[in-house]
Design a protein around this ligand. Sequence first.
Ligand SMILES: [Zn+2]
Length: 534
Amino acid sequence: MTYQVGAYLRLSRDDERDGESLSIENQRAIVTDYITKKGWTLIDSYIDDGLTGTNFDRPQFQRMIDDVRNGRINCVVVKDLSRFGRNYIQIGEYTDYLFPTLGCRFIAINDGIDTLEKENELMPFKNLVNEWYSRDQSKKVKSAKVARAKNGYFMGAYAPYGYIKNEQKQPPLLIDEHAAPTVLRIFEMRATGMGYRTIATKLNEEQIIPPREYYYNSIGKPNPKKGLKVWSDVVVRELLKNEAYIGNIVQMRKGTISYKNKTQVNRPEEEWIRAVGTHEPIVSMELWDTACKLANRGTVGKSNKDGEISLFSGLLKCGDCGRSMKFIRDSNTRKDGHRNNHHAYICCGYSQAGRAVCSPHRTRESIFSDLILNDIREKAQLITLDENAIIAEIKRKKQADTTSEQKAVEKKLQTLRHRLSELERLISKLYEEMVLEDIPREMVLDMMEKYKKEQQEKSILAAQLAEQLTHSQEVDNDIHEWVSLIRNSMGIDKLDRELLIKLVDKIVVGQKTVVDGVERQEITIIYSLVGQVD
Ligand SMILES: [Zn+2]
């Protein structure tokens, strides 16, 4: 069949800033080229210059519709749909209802829209729509989610690192043979008493790809998150908390405030839904328990043969070989023959294998005690003087570029949520239209499907962004927690193990050197929650 074509061209003032690509000449060239290639006849061009696309109150547009009605043209071609109009409901009235009824074909070249090719796509969505958009849709969706969570369906946007989503099937998660060994190693490292940061550092040294980056590699897309693509203490800590690794799926940990307000909030733990044994675990219960106990600290470090745990056990690391430092009872004999006993630590590597492996790094316990006490007091004083400056400084160091990144994410999230609420409104409006039967039902359903698709895609994206933000929030919380711990320790005059474990992640001990007859030894305190604080 050959077509008598009307070309519709429109330029509005809003479009001017977009430049040449939208010019009338450019539109005309694209449309003419298309028609010529098809071997159709161009009957007339209808040009609305300087008129908005938000309504159809345009003279040339109306003339074109008249020509459709009186049969002068039987096909309308535009460069893209936005030339035709910007109000989707109204566009739908023409493309899905009026044109087909009058036997007129409609083509939007760049959007790939052609009314001749889209018949009968509509019906399958009817049932979906009826299910989704009943008046109490919000409630329904929520109870459906709860039911799915209880049945152990995995509803996350992506599987935990080490697993692959088994879409819509049981078991909901399958082991990812490439990543699972790393998960197991992380738990094993933790069980030996390693700190989150140390584990992260080790994984980075071995150039193991971190979870998010790994996920995007696996789906062949670039990671949208900027910044360093590395393992961090936060990533390791979150991973060690995830019950998915022992075969449980815990969901509904976050919710929205209400149907209208989509702000994500953390739900209280008793409202979480835990489905047990839904899939194959990566980590044994025994290993999980050991690693969990360490998460609460307090038991880090081994006791010596007398059963006592030394003050710094598990916290000291050799600065050269990275091994732990071992507690020893040391003694020396003074010139007057008096024996002097004291507690000290030496590098495990040296202790086990001698100088071939490492140097002694021998240090008295009292040196650590004094050093840490002084450091805590100094920091406590600084906090009393200017708490905000300290917080800002730690933050700056800890997340050098994350602040600006966080702002960008917040902005993106805001835009997304705005569009989501707009979609919500459009969808409920469509629903009303369907009830009132102002617009043909099929058309409503078709548009509903488009909106629903967009809504789904954007919801997933929004959830991902919200998750990113929570992580930055946690960094903030960590810093505040540390500051209050230090402030509360201000008046102490003696260290105990409980406090040490709360405050300190590790202490890195260098080998003693003698410079100009003066003994020097570099000792670095890495604090819990915040790392090194200068
Ligand atoms: Zn060593």
